[in-house]
Every structure is written in structure tokens, then in C-alpha cells.
Design a protein around this ligand. Sequence first.
Ligand SMILES: [Cu+2]
Length: 566
Amino acid sequence: MLRRTFIKGVTTASIAGVAGIKLQASIPHKTPSRKTILEGNEFFLEIDYTTVNKTGKPTIATTINGQIPGPTLVWKEGETVTIHVTNYLKKSSSIHWHGIILPYKMDGVPGVSYEGIAPGETFTYRFKVHQHGTFWYHSHSGYQEQTGMYGAIVIKPKHKEPFHYDREHTILLSDWSDEKPDSIYRKLKLLSNYYNFNQKTIGDFFSEVKQKGFSKALSDRKMWNHMRMSDRDLSDVTGYTYTYLMHGNNPATQFKALFKKGEKVRLRFINGAAMSFFDIRIPELTMTVVAADGNHIKPIRVDEFRIGVAETYDVIVEPSSVKAYAIFAQSIDRSGYALGSLTPSNSLLSKAPRMDNPQALTMVDMGMKMSMKSHKKMSMGMKKYRWEEMETQKYPITPLPMAKGPQTTMVATDPKYRLEDPGVGLRNNGRRVLTYADLKNRYSTIDAPKPNREIVLHLTGNMERYMWSINGIKYADAKPLIFHYGERLRITLINDTMMNHPMHLHGLWSDLETGDDNHLVRKHTVIVQPGSKISYRVTVDAKGAWVYHCHLLYHMAGMFRKVVVI
Ligand SMILES: [Cu+2]
């Protein structure tokens, strides 16, 4: 199946690209700008159906200004932007500005911020830009994000940044499928591992027996069966249906980032995928990470980093040879990759390095207590990592409703903070991999009182029935979370499932506890690793109604909460 994925990208070389055939619509169109970068303080965006070709087969996409990704919007910190969005779809639509701090009515979540944008209607967003850095925007309606509705936002800073670069490129990663999202979701509901071909086979079982002996192999199997999970469940939706795109290009057409020898190049990475995490590296180059989710961090030099769905990272590289370097983004389950070239010439393309082998989840990823024996074995395998116990201080915990039942078939019995853990597939791979423990805000945490209270949220699920929830309660049955205006809240997330969940809180920053209270890194999206726990602090400084949810598109229906600030 890996082969098929690979071929999917390669055979399209001759015909790839956007075909650009417009469907007929009943409303007269004002032709939007086809520019891929729009700069200024007034923007016109059109949501429409466009035929695209990402795989060798023309397919109808939902697009913004006819492009995938939509145009990169360049704003300036301190200015007010006005954005007119017209919906030419036959269905209601919306655009949400991810990670942007703004009045809640401008946040673009249908049913919470506003009613959405009805077919044929134009909604005008207007808000002051209070921040700078790399962000993105996407539809918050149905599965429109999966079918092409996403784009990058670059906000130029008011003041000079504390690092130098000669040029920059914005690189939005995404996962494209010719299949309709409803059909993907239906298949997941029928058989949650439909797209997962890394499942162990009976042949694997016999090689395990050889390695571990029959009873150990059998008891491991029993444990996994009991959990109704497989240790190969790294992604729900894989390269079997996905073609991974780098700024709209498949691995055959390749995204190209130009450089001249001796230049420092800033790369703004955005994960705009619906379901896919990527592990990014540029073989032979060290990347200096300078920003996470738009905010400056203390620079850190790495060979590789994992980017969860909806996260952004800015890195600076200094290519020293006149040649094409591969910008290589493997999907977390190694079922495919996005590929681009950092190249001195548009005609010089890179070659993809070999993908790593898929790794199996371990007891650690299940949040289970390890016996001394297995702990020893584990720490031999991962001797670099300490699982920190960050229980420094206790804050009063506000109890929240919890439910046990069909929504929760998994439970992490011993979840740990695993900030130093690069995650499954990246442990001890011989490369210097970024972890959350490396993320320290470049500046001192401003204006940050100690939390006055804490809430604990369990990320829960039933993998077999493909149901996702928070505290065992799906969104449809849940009451809103109440935050108090002016408070400093600590949120602890415990992941009872074996998937990574990128949790996104709208309207308010998530100040992630990574070991130094004076340099809490500000994020808008926080990965909660399988079987782990993580905490952040939130200054509740924006009134209104917001949402808080897992950013994996097919998890969102259940793992979602409305937040009301009173
Ligand atoms: Cu999720």
C-alpha cells in the first residue's frame, strides 16, 4: 500500500496542477484576484467550487479564490483588516482565522460566533490585528476544510524581529483525497482501521513468537485486543486515500522554495491538514526554530520536528551548497509524504530520502504503568527521556461532569507528562528532534498571575465505533465550559486514547507549561500525546462565546466544547 501511495504522487507529473474549470453558479461572480499572495488591509475572498487535479484525476474542490491553498494573506500588526468573504457554494460556509486574537463575532464559527455565510451571501470581517507571525485560516463548516478551504496568514511585526533572514517562504502542508469526506467518515465509522494497512498480520505474530516466546507474544496480543486497538493505529486516515501536499503541490510537482547561496531563509511551516501529522526535516541542514504558533521562542537548533494538525513553526536555514535540498514531511504513520525543494533554481528538484519505518505504539503511549522490568527495558530503549512529574503546585480543581459508558473504552491508568518525548516514530532515531520541552518563550511571561483554579479534561474515545468525546461526553450532550472573565485558569488534559489530539482553544492563548514558569510558550494548538497528560494556563481576557476542540476533522463532532466567558 505504501507503494501505491508513492505511485499516486509520481504518475501525476505530466498533468498535475490546477485545471481551473469553474462550475456554473446561479449568482454572478465578481472575478476574485488570482494572486497567490494578497497584501494590504482590505481583502476580497470568494468561496467556490473549482475542479482541481492533485492526483491525476480531476476532482471538484471547495476553494478560496480558486486556489489550493487559498491566497496567503499578508497583514500588518497594529492595522485594522477588512475581509469580504462571498460564498458561491450551494451550502453554508465560513472562514475561521486560526490563532488570531479578535472579538468573538469575528471568529468565524457557525452557530457560535455567527450564523455562517449562506449561499450567495457576503460576510465582512473587520478587526484590529494585535499580533504578528505565522498563522492560517480555514473553513469551520462541515468537511470543507478537507476539500481545499485553507490558506496561510503572515502578519508583519510592528517592531524589528530579534533574528535576521534574507528571504522567506510560507509552506502550508495538507492532505488531499479524491474521495468525498462523507465517504471517508462513513468508512471510519464502519471500520475504524479501514485506512490502516500497518496492522499486524499473522506473520508478524509468528515473528513475535520467535522473538519473545509464545506466552509473551500472546499476552501482548490479548492486551491489545482487550483495548480493541492496535499498536499500529497511528493515523485514522492514511496515504491509502491521501496525497500529501506541500503548499498545494504533490510530491511529483514539488513545492519550490528558492534561495541564493549564503542566504538565511525563513520557512514558515503550517500544518493545514485535516487529519495528518507530519515529521519535517531537510536532510543535511540544521533548522533553527524561532517561532511556534506565531510566537517567538528561544531559538533552538534541530534536525527534525513534528508538526501537529493546526500548529505552525518558523525555522531559519542556511543552505551552503548550490543544490536542491529536500523539504521532506513524512506523515506520522509513514504511509506517505509531502515533498518540496529548497533550491537555487526552479528546474532543479530534490530527491526524496527514504521514509522511516513505521513504529508501533508502546505501553508508554497507552498511559499504562510499567512494571520495573518493562520500565528498565523501556528506559534502555529511550534512555534520553525523563518523564517529568510536574505536580509542582496544586490549584483548586473545579469538578466537571464525567460519564462512563460506550463513549469511553480506553483509559490511561498512569498518564505522565511527556514533554521530553518526541513521540512515537521519532524516539532515538539518531536525529536531534524538537520536543515541547524545548519550547521556551523568548520573552518573560508577561502579566501572568498564578492560576486561581484548574479544570481537568479527559480526551476520551471508543475506537471501535469511532466515537470521540471529552470526559466521556460527546459535544451534542455536553454543557458549555464556563470561564470567568479576568481569571487565570489552568487546564490539564489527560489523553485516555491512543491517538495524538491537537487541542485548539479559540480566542485565548494557551500558555504551555514546559518547565519554566517565566518563559511559558504561547500556543493556540497543543498536541496531547497518546496516554499522556499536559497542562497550560489561560488568561481569560476575551468575553463572548468560543470553542475548544480537537483539530482532527473527523474527531471534531464529539471532541468539541463551547466555551462561554462570563
Ligand atoms: Cu482528536
